[in-house]
Each structure stands twice: as C-alpha cells, then as structure tokens.
Write a protein that binds this ligand. Structure first.
Ligand code: PLP
Length: 420
C-alpha cells in the first residue's frame, strides 16, 4: 500500500502489481492477462509514467523538495467525534465481525436514509439504500446492474479518470460530452449525444477535476432532456449522480439531483466528507419513484455479493453514528483560496472551484502532456487534462499542505514563462 498515491495511481498500482505477481507465479514471459486488461493498462499508461517520474524525483531530490499535486487523498483528519465513535464500538466485547446482509445492515441503511431524506428534501426509504465499498463499489455495482456490453454511458467532460476503466471493464462504452462555460452542463450537447444505445448519464458535482457545482436550473434542464430522450427511444435513460464531494462545497449548497429527475441513482461515500478514504465505505440510494427502483436496488445488492460480499461491517456501524458529521471544510476553503492566489500570481487562467479539492487550470500551451513534463522539471507533479477527457488543461489537487502550494509558486511561474 502506498498511502500517498492518488486515486488513479493507487488503482494502477494494484493492477500492475497483480500483473507482476501473475508473471512471477506462473514463471511465464508472455502476458498472462486478457486483451481487455491490456487495454485498461494502456489507458492508464500516462498515469503510470507520472507515478514513475514522481518516484524518481522524490528519490533524487527528497520528498520535501517535490511538489506533488496529484494526490486524491484527504488532507485533513476525520472530525473529532469519529475517534470517540470508533473507540466506543471496539470497546464492545460482542461486536460482530461476520458477513452482513449484502445490501448492508438495516439499522445502518435506516440511518443513512433518514439523513438523506432531510438532505434531499424527500422521503427515501431505508430499502432503497445499499451500503457499498466506497463510491467505487457503488459505481461498479450500478454500472454492471444497468448496462449490457456495447451500451453507452454519457459523461460531461472533464470527468474522473477512473470512470473510463470501470466502464471498459464491463465492456460498455463511455462517451464524453462537452460542457459549456466554466465546465457547467450543456443540456443541448447532452441531448445531441444521446443515442438508442444510451443507458445512463453520469454526473459528478462538485466535480473532480473542475470543481464545478451544477446549478438547480442546469440539472432541471438535464432532467427534461433525459425524459424527452427516454420517450424518443422507448427505454428509460437513468441518471447516476456521483457525489463524494457534496459536503465540501464552498460558496453555495449543492442542489439535489433527485429533485430534478426521478430516475436517478445517487452515489456517495465517506472517503472525503469524513476523510475515511482507506476504510472503503459508501452507499447508493435509488430514487423511490425511479422506474424499476425495486429491481435496481436488488441488483445493486447482488452486485455487492459478486464483487466483495458486503461493505466493511465495522465501518457501516461507524458511519451510521456519524450521519451529518463532516471534516473541517474551512481548511479546504483556505487551500482553495491559496491555490487560486498562487496560480493567479504565476500567470495562469482558471475557473475558481466551487467545491471538492481540485482545480483545473488551462495549460499555457495546447499540449497539456508536454506542459506537465515541463512542470516536472520544476519538481511539480500534476495530472494532464487529457486523462480527464479535456486536453489543454491540467489538474491540481489542493489536498496538500499550504506550504507545498506556496513553495511551488516560483516553479509554476518559471515553467509557464519558459514554454510560452
Ligand atoms: N468519484 C469521484 C469523482 C472521485 O473523485 C473518487 C475518488 O477520488 C471516487 C468516486 C471514489 O471514491 P471512494 O473512495 O468513495 O470510492
């Protein structure tokens, strides 16, 4: 386990380690992996290069002199009540460690449903909530439950790099749809992209990597588009809303996607809102009026059984007792403001993130991969926008110490001045 690796790097390291182990175990020189897996590895290759370069720079200059902004790991501790809840739970002699029902423990699903009902302004029954292994578990479960090979899922660009890998893994097709100004939804572009093969649209707000928070109006327009298209093609197009950064919004509340379109599956986790990324705990909730809601919930539970049986039992209990708790959001706001000040002084153009902990500035040259290499010469590590379906940009995570942001300023300026 490499604790400081970004989400995409971690994923890749797992894949690569498995391939290496397979080779050693079998003593073969040819690749013992499927064609599908080879494609997944190829798709992640720029992330591998970035990770290898980062390791090389750290070995050469020391970790303190490398400014690594690729990290997707939370930068702040869990809220204080977390320690107390965990300690009280483990003090109980009789705490069970067996399998739980695949959809999760009923009291836990109830606690999540009660909180969600208040947050979303509608009654969400506990039966519509399925506890998962992080948002990743929920995404993979619902993708598999909804899509046959060859079917399409549409996603506004830029988007979380790992979506491509999940969709590829199940033989479905991820299609990128352009966004409008400041990376907000373009309902017209979405409508034009829908075909008879479209099964779902996937949105993520606050967005990784852009930090955009989609407004109520744009979500309502999206809902109307999906309703029209479902009628036109005679099949229900579902909306999947991936919201692990919902509680990390800086300037306004994040509007409810469920209110904008009933055929929605909401996905979230405690990775970022409670800084529990390594504990792998999250959930999905199906809108009570979604077409075939009961079947979707059942399929998601079965997918848990196929993928990993159940969400971690201890952490189901922990999060049930922490509904409503959240990390120190101000600490992220300070970093957001600081990264904006530093990038502005260094001469970059960017949209101020409204939530989450990423910023997505324009690359000073159209070739973002070349520009990311120039930043590397300044010992600054960032991810190219190409990985997020949006070339000409790059992504920085500001889930790093404030010192790292400040000390990187000169390098950012030099890299821009030298390449322009
Ligand atoms: N969705 C997005 C947009 C993310 O950025 C991440 C993690 O960085 C995930 C899902 C995965 O979250 P989890 O750790 O809850 O599986």
């Amino acid at each position: 386990m490499i604790p400081e690796a970004s989400e995409s790097c971690r994923l890749l390291i797992n894949i690569v380690s498995e391939v290496v182990l397979n080779c050693l175990f079998r003593g073969e020189t040819d690749m013992p992996i499927s064609g599908k897996m080879q494609k997944i590895i190829e798709t992640s290759s720029s992330v591998t290069r970035m990770f290898e370069e980062g390791a090389r720079l750290r070995a050469r200059y020391g970790p303190d002199r490398v400014y690594d902004f690729t990290l997707g790991n939370p930068a702040v501790p869990p809220p204080p009540e977390f320690g107390e809840v965990l300690r009280n739970l483990v003090k109980e002699d009789s705490i069970p460690h067996g399998y739980t029902p695949t959809a999760g423990l009923l009291p836990v699903r109830r606690a999540v449903a009660e909180y969600l009902s208040r947050e979303q302004g509608m009654e969400i029954p506990a039966e519509n909530v399925v506890m998962t292994s992080g948002a990743v578990g929920a995404l993979n479960g619902i993708f598999t439950a909804l899509m046959d090979p060859g079917e399409e899922i549409l996603v506004p660009a830029p988007y979380f790099v790992a979506y491509t890998l999940y969709v590829m893994n199940m033989g479905a097709v991820l299609r990128s749809v352009p966004t409008g100004g400041n990376f907000h939804l373009d309902p017209g572009a979405m409508e034009a992209a829908i075909t008879g093969k479209t099964r779902a649209v996937l949105v993520n707000s606050p967005n990784n990597p852009s930090g955009a928070v989609y407004s109520r109006e744009e979500l309502e327009q999206l809902g109307e588009v999906l309703d029209r298209a479902s009628k036109r093609y005679g099949r229900r197009i579902y909306l999947i809303s991936d919201e692990p950064y919902r509680r990390l919004a800086f300037d306004s509340e994040v509007p409810s996607v469920l209110e904008s379109y009933p055929h929605t599956i909401l996905i979230s986790s405690y990775s970022k809102q409670l800084s529990l990324a390594g504990e792998r705990i999250g959930y999905l909730a199906v809108h009570p009026e979604a077409e075939d809601a009961e079947q979707l919930v059942k399929a998601a539970g079965v997918m848990n059984a196929v993928l990993y049986v159940n969400a971690p039992s201890l952490f189901q209990r922990v999060v049930a007792a922490l509904q409503g708790a959240v990390v120190d959001v101000e600490a992220y706001r300070r970093r957001r403001d600081l990264v904006c000040e530093v990038l502005e002084r260094a001469g970059y153009t960017f949209t101020v993130p409204q939530g989450g902990f990423f910023i997505f500035p324009e690359s000073p040259i159209p070739d973002d991969i070349t520009f990311c290499r120039s930043l590397m010469e300044e010992r600054i590590l960032v991810c190219p926008g190409t990985d997020f379906g949006t070339p000409g940009h790059f992504r920085l995570s500001f889930a790093v110490p404030e010192k790292t942001i400040l000390e990187a300023e000169e390098g950012f300026r030099r890299a821009r001045e030298e390449i322009e």
